[in-house]
Design a protein around this ligand. Structure first.
Ligand code: KIV
Ligand code: ZN
Length: 510
């Protein structure tokens, strides 16, 4: 089985996308994560384009080990020198040079004849080969270039010393079969192609970036240029996580390995989303919130019997937590009962049925039903209040010149407990004040927030994992006020703890 190479260009092509700009430190942090993920090549940037790009490439090249660091250059000496000065000290370095080869680019952008383009490419590769052991050449807009011209320029640059030939679908124009044929015809018509490996670089303008990359692998390409979360110019590039999981899930078809540690995929995606302050769409394959969530009753029933009914890969295989059964208006009795069990609430079959009726009415009114709602529903069937701790009031003083101070009032049955605490920030202050008011000492293990609705009035959902007496309890809370949502989530975790104490630990989340 062949092993394909993953060339990650998130920090170069990806960062060219509107809204994707990163600081030098953020690029460095992300490059470290790419190395952990196991990419073979990190394209760190386009050093000649700005002092920022130059410095980021240098920092990454000098400190990120265990992978090759590449830098981009047009086919001119000044660009190649900038790459050499910035990444020349990397453990392994690669020069990536490009020049456009399609008639439209040569005539309108470069204003050069095809012969001049070949001459520049050969000159650049020859110059680069004296400085770098690995030289990659890209005929930009390759998929809209004339075939005979492509064969000619590729042969010449390989003779000049190029070791990797990248065939970019710069404008995301090609189709899988067509692109596969193009790679095959390059393999068959460039006499010295055995001296280089073929790489592919597919933009996603028609949503075919990953499909085109797979078609190219089928026809002999052995390196893919991809970006995490598929970011990049316009509609982006082929997404690394989608390509890798397509190869893994359908190994029976592709027979290809990679060096990627798939368990790092989710972390890498999340890190990028946090750095770019750009949420991952819920329905994004592999890394979106819905990728392993099931709401419809039929799907939940299938999943509870055998997860393979509706999942072709496990969330754990991409570094995520267990699949989620999301309760909403499409859910069935099986999913509802499972959540009641997880919450540690003991209901008879009759009570479950009544609670389910109430739940369905509630789910019709609400976009998503949270654990706190389920506990209220169960409580109404039991004729009791199933929430032990209730947040009565909270107040926060915070800012960049004051120490965050929170006051909370928690109701336990008819008694009211009011406490105040300070913290590193408002969230920490609230959680500490709740600890005092409930006399429970919780350790925050995980804190996540996401917008359930969009716009400035978005409802934020906070989920927390709180460790109490060595057991972790999940709590969720929602509100248009993120601090209120946080307080509700923390109280919800405390209520789960209380319930589990009363039900001999049945509501554990571990
Ligand atoms: O899309 C493209 O053609 C590129 C090249 C520089 C490889 O990003
Ligand atoms: Zn590109």
């Amino acid at each position: 089985m062949d092993t394909i190479k993953i060339f990650d260009t998130t920090l170069r092509d990806g960062e060219q996308a509107p809204g994707a700009a990163m600081t030098i430190e953020q690029k460095y942090e992300f490059a470290l994560q790419l190395a952990r993920l196991g990419v073979d090549v990190i394209e760190a940037g386009f050093p000649v384009s700005s002092p920022h790009q130059f410095e980021a490439c240098k920092l990454i090249a000098e400190n990120v080990k265990g992978t090759t660091i590449a830098g981009l250059a047009r086919s001119v000496e000044k660009d190649i020198d900038a790459v050499y000065e910035s990444i020349g000290k990397a453990e392994n370095s690669r020069l990536h040079t490009f020049i456009a080869t399609s008639p439209i680019h040569m005539e309108y952008k470069l204003k050069m004849t095809p012969d001049q383009v070949v001459e520049s490419a050969v000159k650049a590769v020859t110059y680069a080969r004296n400085k770098f052991a690995e030289v990659e050449f890209s005929p930009e807009d390759g998929t809209r270039s004339e075939l005979e011209f492509l064969y000619r320029i590729i042969e010449k640059v390989i003779d000049a010393g190029a070791t990797v030939i990248n065939v970019p679908d710069t404008v995301g124009y090609t189709m899988p079969d067509e692109y596969g044929l193009l790679i095959k015809s390059i393999m068959n018509n460039v006499p010295n192609i055995d001296k280089a490996i073929i790489s592919v670089h597919c933009h996603n303008d028609l949503g075919l970036g990953v499909a085109n990359t797979l078609a190219a692998f089928k026809n002999g390409a052995r390196q893919a240029e991809v970006t995490v979360n598929g970011i990049g110019e316009r509609a982006g590039n082929a997404a690394l996580e989608e390509l890798i999981m397509a190869l893994n899930v359908r190994k029976d078809l592709h027979h290809l390995n990679s060096n990627i540690d798939t368990k790092q995929l989710y972390n890498t995606s999340r890190l990028l989303s946090v750095i770019m302050a750009s949420p991952i769409p819920r329905n994004k394959p592999i890394v979106g919130a819905n990728a392993f969530s099931h709401e419809s009753g039929i799907h939940q029933h299938g999943m509870l019997s055998n997860r393979e009914t509706y999942e072709i890969m496990t969330p754990e295989s991409v570094g995520r937590e267990a699949s989620e059964i999301v309760l909403g208006r499409h859910s069935g009795l099986h999913g509802f009962k499972k959540r009641i069990d997880e919450l540690g609430i003991a209901l008879s079959d009759e009570q479950i049925k009544s609670a389910f009726e109430i739940f369905l009415k509630l789910a019709d009114r609400k976009k998503e039903v949270f654990d706190e709602d389920i506990m209220q529903v169960a409580g109404s069937v039991l004729g009791t209040k199933s929430t032990f701790y209730n947040l009565d009031y909270f107040n926060i003083i915070t800012g960049n010149t004051v120490i965050s101070t929170a006051t909370v009032r928690v109701k336990i049955k008819d008694e009211v407990f009011e406490e105040a605490a300070t913290g590193d920030g408002p969230i920490s202050a609230i959680f500490q004040a709740i600890d005092k008011a409930t006399s429970i000492s919780g350790r925050l293990v995980e804190y996540n927030v996401h917008a359930v609705t969009s716009g400035k009035q978005a409802i934020g959902e906070v989920s927390v994992l709180v460790e109490i007496d060595n057991i972790k309890y999940l709590g969720k809370g929602s509100s248009t006020d993120i601090l209120k949502a946080s307080a509700r989530a923390y109280i919800a975790a405390m209520n789960r703890y209380k319930l589990s104490m009363e039900n001999n630990g049945a509501a554990r989340e571990n």
